[in-house]
Structures are given as C-alpha cells and as structure tokens.
Design a protein around this ligand. Sequence first.
Ligand SMILES: [Zn+2]
Ligand SMILES: [Zn+2]
Ligand SMILES: [Zn+2]
Length: 293
Amino acid sequence: MNLPDYSQCVEINQLLIAMGVTQIPLLPEVRFEREIVTRFQREYLDPEDVKIGKKLIDSVIPVTKSDIAGKPGELLEYKGRKVVAYIRDQKAAVNFYYHYSGYKYHLCNCVTLQTMRDIGREHRYLATQRKDGMFEVHDLTVDPIQSGIVKMDLCKNCVEILKQKGIYYNPFNLEDYFSKYDSYTPKTIRKIEEVRKIQTYSPNQDDYSREYRRACNNKCQVCQVDCTEYTGILHLHHIDGNPANNERHNLQILCVDCHSKQPLHGHMLRNPEFKRQINTITQLRIDQGILTV
Ligand SMILES: [Zn+2]
Ligand SMILES: [Zn+2]
Ligand SMILES: [Zn+2]
C-alpha cells in the first residue's frame, strides 16, 4: 500500500516551518515601477502642400478654372496662396535683347482675365510666385520657338483694382506685394505621439501587498493554495511584526490560515471574519487537490 506523500501536506509543512526545520522561501524580487505614457500632438508640414509651394516659387503651374479662386475684382490665389498669372506662350511684343515683353501680368481677377475665361482661353495662363518681376516666356513668332526671361508690367486693370483696395504703390514691386499680402499658412498634418517612460515609485502598503501577491501568482508561500479568486484572504505578513519594515526579507505572502499559525498570531483565530476566511481556504485546498491531514 502506498502512503500519501505527506511532504506535500499543509499541516505537516506548517509544523516543519513552526519548528524551524524548513523555511518559507524568500519572496521574488519586485520592481516598483510604472509606465508613464505622455501623449502630445505634433505637427508636420503637409508634404503635398510644401510641394505646391516650392513649385510655385521655382516654376509655374497651369491655371485652370477651378484653381483660381476669388470673385471678380479679388486678388488671385492658387490653393490659398497669392499668385501672379501670366501668359507664357506669347505671339507678339517679346524682345529678348532688352529682356522685355509688352504682355502684362495679373494679380487680380480683372476684366482681362474674366474675358479670357469667358472665351475659354484661361488655360493659357500660368500661376507663379516668382517675386523678381521676371517671367519665363516663349516667343511663338519665331521658328524654332525661342525662350527666355523677360520683364513685364502689371496689367492696367489690376493696377486700378489695387488702387481701389489701397494697396498700390509706385514703383510696384512683387517682392513687397507677396511679403505683405500673401499671408498663407502652410498646411500641417497633426499626429498624436506617445512617449513611454518607466518610472520607479515609492510603494505604500497596498503596493507591496499587491505586487508581492502577483509575484507569488496569488499563491500562499506555505501551502500553495491559489487565491486568485479571493485575493483578500492572501496576506502580507511582516516577520518581525513591524508593519513599517517592508524589506523583502521581512515579508511573506501567506493565506489567512498559514498566517494565523505564525508566532504571536493566535489572536487571528478569535476574529470571526478570519475564521470565515479560513473555511474558504479549506474549501479552496480541497478544490485544488492540496493534501491535508
Ligand atoms: Zn489684370
Ligand atoms: Zn497557506
Ligand atoms: Zn503577520
């Protein structure tokens, strides 16, 4: 006949511990740290918007009906930016020798532009933010077509509109015009970013209790009863009786029954609440197949 393995028996283990034959193992080390997540919003320049901006400064963009905003008489805008509109493919009046063309550039949705739009020739216009008053043009009157950089004057209709708005001055200068009236704010993309940091903290009694119970997988260090469902019956025991001494070697995680068997803890058995909890422990041990006498 095989005898049960009494080395795993709760009462025998409790007895051996009380006699000092075996010792309750030292608690696993616990780090009192928590993760601090800081969220902040970061803004990035919209790369598409940056691309449009660069293109308008370095070169030209074809103007189509939908692109040029503004009612008649308003300043020309392309996707929110003030622009100059002009015709690049010119059929007269280009003089590359003097770097001059008799064609005019526009800053406003003037009568000329509206007429061109009405007769379907708006597509001939290009938008740019070039600020030096010089324009790249093609002379279509020669074969092969010649291109070059020329100076052009502001359209007379546009001058009138600017005068009415009180923003015309002589001599007119595109650099000034853009710096004063192009108040475009670059488009940005917002992203929420997180920074995670591990911070150590000074634990209080509850923290010690909770973290050491977790480190023991919610099991009593003596009888191994699993108290996951009833963590309240798993106690943090201070070996020297000093609740302020939370050094690891002074602490043990014990179920209420094993706790009550510690030296000078007999008074626990007079507490009806603890007695009820001990009954729960007894039931849990049976459920969990833990050997008892
Ligand atoms: Zn004009
Ligand atoms: Zn126990
Ligand atoms: Zn205790």
